[in-house]
Write a protein that binds this ligand. Structure first.
Ligand code: WT7
Length: 648
């Protein structure tokens, strides 16, 4: 592997923060511990690692129903292609919906939604089940069957969840592309997944304006003609072009007789594919992470129950987008498996005013709020008066995900939002891990900025290049030494890439390498430092330097490009780009603006560099690899470290 260098600290500020917060402990109250769903969690953690199969076997029996039992918990005969619960027959929709409508939960609220414009919609388990059945029948009538892929590109509306659930119900594989991605990104993902059906919206609301998703979808379909049918959910009622014989309105299909509210869930093997989710890696090509039917649902149900302590009376708000893994695991699937009530909000946290979120917590009596550090920092900026106008006393637990939370934001979240009564669950995990990996539960004493301890049954460690464990407070590679049921199974259509990306670094030991650097302190608490590879986290969104670089060089004026992440107060990191222009072209502000726009259409708004520098050369190794860490050290004014591999 390439430029991994734990000795160059990506963020000197993080270093100072960790040292300052390491000895600051927040113990849970006696009441929190005695009321916890799993009060003996710390004791359980001690024993689970001795026999992970026994631990996961118990969760798989307790949390989900199987049509037919599995014969083996873990099959490791084809490492690193692990299999879980082999021989078991299951469907996630049976556990998320079908079984609940036969109990008192039938009339319990599954989902409460508020639009950015204030519109409200609610779904009981029964109503959601019917809607999913109806849409599943629509999909079937279009010829969608077990094993087919369906691409979904929508705004944050309940129908996005319904589309995913219906796809899983018929045994097809969904690939949700986040609504903020551009037509080029959508097209390459449709192409890679070979989806014949695309589900989209006319538009989406964002800060009082509409984004024309259907236009973007049309462009994408032009680029990847594999799509035969497009289903369009009407959200904004803006004008869109509908192509006869290809495009269909969601509401028209749902009013046809074929859209009956009865539909049996397809019986799936535990290891059949459930979904593909594209994420960024070290090359520009989209990387489709594959999760399967059995292990994934056991894992997300167990982690949500243990970590967020969900009880029947809770109102759970995971303020992510369904289009990311956080949304897949903890908005769409696991809250339903546990039979809980979720809240979902469509729009921007500060629209029309910076109190929007806090007014929603009060209005809907939210008990658990799970969000990202970038959102907390964004709202913190407006001052605490906006939160103090609202009664937030319904809250009992808070959560954070996506990037390291700086202790300052942690303390603000704890004091201003949680009123010092709500433990904060800082959950470290990845698209590839399916669910939480390093995280507290409500009974674990907290340190601001630390994701605390590996989840029970998770064998995580911080190691040196040779595999030996690091000493306390020594930075190293974050690895996982034993498999877990929620782990990704492969990269869609590219098993070699799966092995290369995650299992090559520590192939001798057979460990999973996360791509992150971390350290453990003297109490064994984990502190995540950041990515060691060419992945940048911008506002919690994951971007590959290669994606942004290939977008830049696809412009006629650019010969070569390199991108780095630079620490930013609000967004965690921002992107700085360095471009070598073609001969005869001069770099100026106008060209920089053009290139930013170009990245916006090629990847999406989140990928737009905050700064573009025009340069004559880029530092490279003798084998021709760009040494991004040198660019970064230069921008940050840090020592440039070892340059022995530098060509020039
Ligand atoms: C990367 C994975 C997991 C859902 C959202 C992100 C970073 C994630 C934390 C955390 C520090 C974190 C890591 C990881 N990350 N959570 N609590 N503390 N870093 O999923 O887009 O696949 O990104 O996000 O760098 O590798 P993802």
């Amino acid at each position: 592997m390439s430029e991994l260098d734990p000795n160059v600290h990506p963020d000197a500020k993080r270093e100072t923060e960790i040292l300052a917060a390491e000895s600051e402990m927040y113990a849970p109250s006696a009441e929190t511990v005695s009321n916890a769903v799993v009060p003996d969690y710390l004791a359980l953690r001690q024993t689970a690692l001795e026999d992970i199969e026994a631990f996961w076997d118990a969760r798989a029996t307790e949390l989900v129903d199987w049509y037919e039992p599995y014969d083996r918990v873990l099959d490791d005969s084809a490492k690193p292609f692990y299999k879980w619960f082999t021989g078991g027959k299951i469907n996630i929709i049976h556990n998320a919906l079908d079984r609940h409508v036969k109990t008192w939960r039938k009339n319990k609220l599954a989902l409460i939604w508020e639009g950015e414009d204030g519109e409200q919609r609610t779904f009981s388990y029964y109503r959601l089940w019917q809607e999913v059945n109806r849409f599943a029948n629509v999909l079937k009538s279009m010829g969608v069957k077990k094993g087919d892929t369906v691409t979904i590109y929508m705004g944050r509306v309940p129908e996005l969840s319904i589309a995913m659930l219906a796809t899983a119900k018929v045994g097809a594989v969904h690939s949700v592309v986040y609504g903020g991605f551009s037509e080029a990104a959508l097209a390459s993902r449709i192409e890679d997944a070979q989806s014949k059906v695309l589900i989209t919206c006319d538009g989406a609301w964002l800060r009082g304006k509409t984004i024309n998703l259907k236009d973007i979808a049309d462009e994408a379909v032009k680029r990847s003609p594999v799509v035969q049918s497009v289903i369009v959910y009407q959200r904004t009622k803006q004008d869109v072009r509908m192509e006869q014989g290809r495009d269909y309105w969601w509401h028209e299909l749902m009013s046809l007789p074929i859209a009956s509210p009865k539909c049996e869930s397809e019986v799936m093997d535990a290891e059949d594919p459930l979904f593909i989710l594209y994420t960024s890696g070290t090359t520009g090509r989209p990387k489709g992470i594959l999760h399967t039917c059995g292990g994934y649902q056991v894992y997300i149900a167990a982690t949500l129950q243990y970590v967020f302590d969900l009880k029947d009376e809770d109102r759970w708000w995971c303020a992510a987008d369904q289009g990311w893994i956080t949304g897949h695991s903890y908005i769409v699937y696991s809250p339903l498996i546990l039979g809980s009530t979720s809240f979902m909000y469509e729009g921007s946290p500060d629209f029309p005013y910076p109190n929007r979120w806090w007014s929603l917590v009060e209005k809907y009596g939210i008990t658990i709020l799970y969000t990202a550090p970038t959102a907390i920092r964004g709202l913190m900026r407006y001052g605490e008066a906006w939160a103090n106008r609202h009664d937030l006393s319904s809250l009992r637990l808070l959560g954070s995900v996506g990037e390291p939370i700086n202790p300052e934001a942690w303390r603000w979240y704890h004091r201003v939002i949680g009123k010092e009564n709500c433990p904060i669950m800082d959950t470290w995990w990845q698209t590839e891990t399916g669910g939480f990996m390093i995280t507290p539960t409500p009974v674990v004493p907290l340190k601001p900025g630390s994701a605390t301890l590996p989840f029970t049954g998770i064998d995580a460690d911080v190691v040196r290049e040779d595999g030996t464990s690091c000493d306390p407070n020594e930075d190293g590679y974050l690895v996982v030494k034993q498999p877990w049921p929620g782990m990704a199974r492969t990269v869609w259509g590219d098993p070699d890439r799966y092995v290369e990306q995650y299992w090559a670094e520590f192939s001798k030991q057979g460990w999973y390498f996360t791509g992150d650097s971390a350290r453990k302190d003297k109490d064994g608490y984990f502190w995540i430092i950041g990515r060691m590879d060419d992945v940048i986290k911008v506002s919690g969104y994951r971007l590959g330097t290669a994606e942004v670089e290939s977008a830049l060089v696809s412009h006629a004026d650019v010969a070569e490009a390199a991108c780095i992440g630079v620490p930013d107060e609000l967004r965690g990191n921002v992107i700085h780009a360095f471009c070598i222009l073609n001969t005869g072209v001069t770099g100026n502000d106008g060209l920089a603006a053009t290139l930013k726009q170009h990245v916006r259409t090629e990847v999406g708004p989140i990928a737009v560099p905050s700064q573009i520098n025009f340069v004559d050369s880029l530092p490279k190794t003798r084998s021709g690899k760009i040494m991004r860490r040198l660019l970064k050290a230069q921008v940050l004014g840090q020592p440039i470290g070892d340059t022995s591999t530098l060509a020039d």
